[in-house]
Ligand binder design. Structure first.
Ligand code: ITT
Length: 190
């Protein structure tokens, strides 16, 4: 059976591909020749994940899922959270977002944070949600070159390296997205 991952983020596809196997053929938006930005205008991760999966389902009527992820920093009252992609403004890149976080966290010693992912799956006309999270700390500066987004400044609890210093397999084992996708895979029985 075909299952579309409704994301424009190629890093996400690379991360989850090894976790969705067997009976499902995972398709990306480029396999559908879809290259637009999908709107994300909701106030919650769940709302955005649902908006993204519905956007693709409404156009292609194909089983699909979408993930919305946020970095929630305690000292910043949960920011950037649902605004993680555009924290530093429209058209900003990963580096701009990291710079903004590090600036706001200057002088703050309480550095607890978590990544949280919500997946919306639309399967045979029904919607299902799966959530994953990982607790950790915001580092004082960037460490490592792998991963994407805020990975260089996030160190998961019980580790001494950042997500950007881990292999994809190591990150998948403990990450927010890994946890959510494993729940999805268990549900799909794969
Ligand atoms: P899609 O909506 O097309 O899936 P996106 O990059 O906009 O891609 P999100 O809205 O879910 O994805 O993510 C918001 C931002 O959070 C994203 O741009 C990254 O900067 C960051 N992010 C998401 N997952 C991450 C991860 O595993 N590690 C580090 N940063 C991540």
């Amino acid at each position: 059976m075909e299952l579309v991952f409704a994301t424009n983020n190629t890093h996400k596809i690379k991360e989850i591909s090894p976790l969705i196997t067997n009976s499902f053929r995972l398709l990306s938006l480029s396999d559908l020749n879809f290259f637009e930005d999908i709107p994300e205008t909701q106030a919650t991760l769940q709302g955005n994940a649902s908006q993204k999966s519905h956007y693709i389902f409404d156009r292609y009527a194909i089983n699909c899922f979408a993930d919305d992820t946020g970095l929630e920093i305690e000292a910043l009252k949960g920011e950037p959270g649902v605004y993680s992609a555009r924290y530093a403004g429209e058209g900003c890149n990963f580096q701009d977002n990291i710079d903004k976080v590090l600036l706001k966290m200057q002088g703050i010693t309480h550095r607890n944070a978590r990544f949280r992912t919500v997946i919306s799956l639309l399967l045979d006309g029904k919607e299902y949600f799966f959530e994953g999270y990982v607790n950790g700390k915001i580092l004082n500066e960037k460490h490592g070159n792998d991963g994407f987004g805020y990975d260089p400044i996030f160190m998961p609890d019980n580790y001494t390296i950042s997500f950007a210093e881990m292999t994809l397999e190591e990150k998948n084992k403990i990450s927010h997205r890994g946890m959510a996708v494993r729940k999805l895979a268990a549900f799909l029985n794969i």
